[in-house]
Each structure stands twice: as C-alpha cells, then as structure tokens.
Write a protein that binds this ligand. Structure first.
Ligand SMILES: C[S@@+](CC[C@H](N)C(=O)[O-])C[C@H]1O[C@@H](n2cnc3c(N)ncnc32)[C@H](O)[C@@H]1O
Length: 296
C-alpha cells in the first residue's frame, strides 16, 4: 500500500501531552508512527516511548518509520484495552503520559484488502487485528435483522437502520454478502434515492462505521483502557485523546468528568479542534476532537 498517514493535530498533541526529556510515554495507537516520531524529534530522542497497535501491518510501517529511534521506542502488538497487563509485562509501573489517536489510519482505510472503506471493492473484513476471528462478513451473515438494526442504529446513528437490516437479511438469502461492494449495493437499495443523494456524507458511511465499531469492540476498548490509564500515569502526567466521532468523544468526556476533582484535572475545558488550515491540508482531520487531562 502506497498511501501514508498524516498525523493529526500534531502541535496540539505536543502542547497538551506536553512530553518532557527523560520521561516515558505510551502511544496506545502508534499506527504509522506519526505522533511518536514527532515526540521523538521534538525531544531529540531523549524520551522513551512504548508504541502499541493491534494491527501487525501498522507496526511494520511504524518499525520502518522509527528505525533511527530504535533505542528510544519499543513497539508491541496488543489491544490498548489490556494496557495494565501490557505495561506490567514490559516491567513498567508508571508512565508520564498516554496518547490515544483513535480510529483508523489512512494506511488501513485505503487498503482495499482490509474492507474498511465503501470506496473500494474488497472482502467485508474490517478487523484491525487480523489474528482475530470475527469479521464484518460474519456479522452480516449471522445476525438477525433485529440485531443488525440495533448495531446500525446505536453505533452508526443511522436513521434507516431497521430498513437496511431487513434488506440485508432478505438479500443474503438470495446471494451471500461477502464484499464491500455487495454491502454498498444493498444499502443503496434500502435507503430511498431522495435521501441517499441529498446527504453531506456518502450513504454507506454510517453502516460501515457501525460494523467496524462492532467488529473491533471499539467503544468497550476505549472505556476500559481509559479507566486503567488513570492509575498508570504518574502525578502531573497527562492523558491525551483524539477521537473522530461523537460516540467515542462522549466516552472520553464521561470518563474524564467522572474523575474530575477526584484524581484528575481536566485541562481542555472546551474540546480542541484542528485549525481550518489543517483541515484544508488534510480533510481527514476535520472530525478530530482532542481532550486532555492531568493526573493528580
Ligand atoms: C488513527 S490511527 C493512529 C495513527 C498514528 N497516531 C500516526 O500518527 O501514525 C489509529 C491506530 O490505532 C490502532 N488501534 C485502534 N484501536 C486499537 C486498540 N484497541 N488497541 C491497539 N491499537 C488500536 C489502529 O490499528 C490504528 O493503527
């Protein structure tokens, strides 16, 4: 895959995570290594970073990208949901900061073979960790119309959730739905033409988002990991989260609020958004929202 990932809100990450010399940080979503590299460059390698990703392919890219900092960064395959266990296995008791840049990287999104995007034809996969069993095709094949409708509504906030689910269950009796194009065709049939063509976003966006969140258990992962991170960060250390849709952002906001004044201080009173200039240069940054909190 040739496309590369442009790290989002780089200056904001540096200012809200506020990495300092001699400290140790966890990049829970190392991806293509973009944010880690910026931190290492800024501090001229005088920090330690543990970079985690569930995706072996992302780690391969990060490894190459961060070659010159091999002594400063260790990369590890894992789910940030298991943050406490991962740190214990690495022999790390406390860190000075944790960074999350949630969602997918461009490298994943633009790889047709991963099945994340309705823009390319590919297998209906959507697993961030290809070692896991459950794919989006399994869900579409096995769940009832009620279960699918619920996922589309809750995780995609799709108005036509029930109708798309019913169409899917009907269509799958005629031919299997195994590729992204198969799924797009059914969504296209289910959502009325007037609605489909009027929206600001592609008509398949919400259904794809819902399936991806469900396949990867994304919301549960964020909640559990954030909850663990408050105990793993040293006093005055920071947690910094970039999210890309309201469901993620709501969890971050809630988890911060729950502990505000009781072990953490919320630093971003208002959510931080990318500049217009950044959005112009990198349209994928447009939905990014950053929140940060200090422990202790
Ligand atoms: C937006 S990208 C991060 C890009 C990275 N900050 C950069 O600048 O290159 C999100 C990454 O997080 C990873 N990811 C998502 N959920 C994860 C989880 N629960 N555990 C570990 N990695 C996860 C994805 O595989 C993806 O590579």
């Amino acid at each position: 895959m040739t496309s590369s990932h442009i790290p989002v809100m780089v200056q904001e990450v540096l200012s809200w995570l506020h990495p300092e010399e001699g400290n140790i940080y966890v990049d829970c979503t190392v991806g293509g290594g973009g944010h880690s590299k910026v931190i290492l460059e800024k501090l001229k390698g005088k920090v330690k970073i543990l970079g985690i990703d569930r995706d072996e392919e992302a780690l391969k890219i990060a490894r190459a990208e961060l070659k010159s900092y091999a002594g400063q960064i260790s990369l590890r395959k894992g789910n940030f949901r298991d943050l406490s266990v991962i740190l214990a296995e690495e022999g790390i008791e406390k860190v000075d900061g944790v960074l999350y840049d949630l969602g997918l990287s461009t490298i994943q999104l633009d790889n047709p073979g991963r099945g994340f995007s309705f823009r390319y034809d590919g297998p209906l996969d959507m697993r961030m960790d290809r070692g896991e069993f459950l794919t989006a095709a399994h869900l579409v094949k096995q769940l009832s119309a009620g279960e699918l409708g619920d996922i589309f509504f809750r995780l995609g906030q799709e108005r036509w959730a029930k109708r798309v689910a019913e169409f899917l269950v009907r269509e799958r009796r005629i031919h299997p739905i195994e590729t992204t194009s198969d799924l797009v065709r059914v969504i296209e049939k289910a959502i009325p033409a007037g609605v489909r063509t009027k929206g600001k976003i592609h008509f398949a966006t919400r259904i794809f988002q819902a399936l991806r969140i469900q396949v990867n258990q994304e919301l549960e992962n964020i909640r559990e990991s954030l909850s663990a991170s408050f105990n793993l960060v040293r006093r005055k250390g920071r947690i910094c989260v970039i999210s890309y849709h309201s469901l993620e952002d709501r969890i971050v906001k809630e988890e911060f609020k729950k502990r505000s004044g009781r072990g953490i201080r919320i630093l971003t009173k208002k959510v931080v958004k990318p500049s217009q200039e950044e959005i112009r240069k990198n349209p994928r940054a447009r939905s990014a929202k950053l929140r940060s909190a200090e422990v202790g």
